[in-house]
Write a protein that binds this ligand. Structure first.
Ligand code: ZN
Length: 272
């Protein structure tokens, strides 16, 4: 019974923090993840820390998640985390260190809450809902790709400039299906990746959905030039209030520096 409770508690803790891998279909945990932080957060009515050792917890964790990896700090870079970590490292006294630690913990809690909101209150909720009522889509630009792409690059190609293409992706989170839109070199240099292109593609995608939901939740990163600007907001207001095609559209932005989501995972799969 205690073991079951422990497993449930581990799952609850881990699922809130788990991230999709940008390279393949595996799952990752943030570099700051630590099972050692768990016992201090046990609910008051659950005296598990008295009965279960940290070693047992690690054992159960590896049984539950045999293929989950932790991201290295090098690839899990967030400017805010970096600044707080530097402040902790170079604090001149206890007060400064405690302040920096509490700021870092607050920031990480916020990131975990944002992840929970994205995963459970949207993606999982949409999976349980009728497609005609609620759906979730996420969208993002990939870094420009260069074509042709070789696994082993011929030497001469190093001295030639290849064609760049811009990749915009929209992921239907409910069925985990990603649609890629490619902008060739010329169009990319003419139109860029601004709100004009984003709105055009966002306008196309829901229209092409076989079942259009009454409530649509959108997820994007914090890029002001592409997603987080007045043009996108005005367009979404137009879509819901003027055309009345949706009863409600919610545009969500993930916490800066912690924006890994389904789009990144599919970019990684497509690249490989
Ligand atoms: Zn951070």
């Amino acid at each position: 019974m205690v073991r079951e409770k422990l497993n449930k508690y581990i799952i609850n803790y881990v699922e809130k923090r788990i991230l999709p891998s940008p390279a393949d279909a595996s799952l990752l945990l943030p570099s700051t993840f630590s099972l050692g932080k768990l016992p201090t957060k046990y609910p008051d009515n659950c005296n598990l820390s008295e009965k279960i050792s940290l070693g047992t917890m690690f054992y159960d964790f590896h049984l539950l998640y045999p293929n989950v990896r932790k991201i290295t700090e090098k690839t899990d870079y967030c400017t805010t985390c970096h600044i707080h970590k530097q402040n902790i490292k170079y604090a001149s006294n206890e007060v400064e260190r405690d302040t920096a630690e509490s700021l870092l913990n607050t920031h990480l809690e916020l990131a975990a809450e944002a992840r929970e909101y994205y995963k459970f209150e949207n993606v999982e909720a949409a999976k349980l809902s009728e497609p005609s009522l609620f759906q979730v889509i996420s969208f993002d630009w990939a870094k420009n790709w260069e074509l042709p792409k070789y696994l082993h690059q011929p030497g001469d190609l190093y001295f030639l400039s290849r064609q760049k293409i811009g990749i915009f992706a929209i992921n239907n989170e409910v069925i985990d299906n990603q649609t890629f839109f490619c902008s060739p070199d010329v169009e990319l240099s003419c139109y860029g990746k601004g709100p004009n292109v984003v709105i055009s593609l966002l306008d196309y995608y829901p229209e092409s959905m076989p079942i259009k939901p009454r409530r649509l939740s959108l997820f994007a990163d914090n890029c002001g030039a592409q997603n987080k600007n007045n043009y996108v907001l005005w367009y979404l207001l137009y879509k819901s209030f003027i055309t009345k095609k949706f009863d409600e559209i919610v545009l969500n932005f993930l916490i800066q520096g912690h924006t890994k989501f389904s789009c990144d995972r599919s970019f990684g799969c497509a690249k490989n």
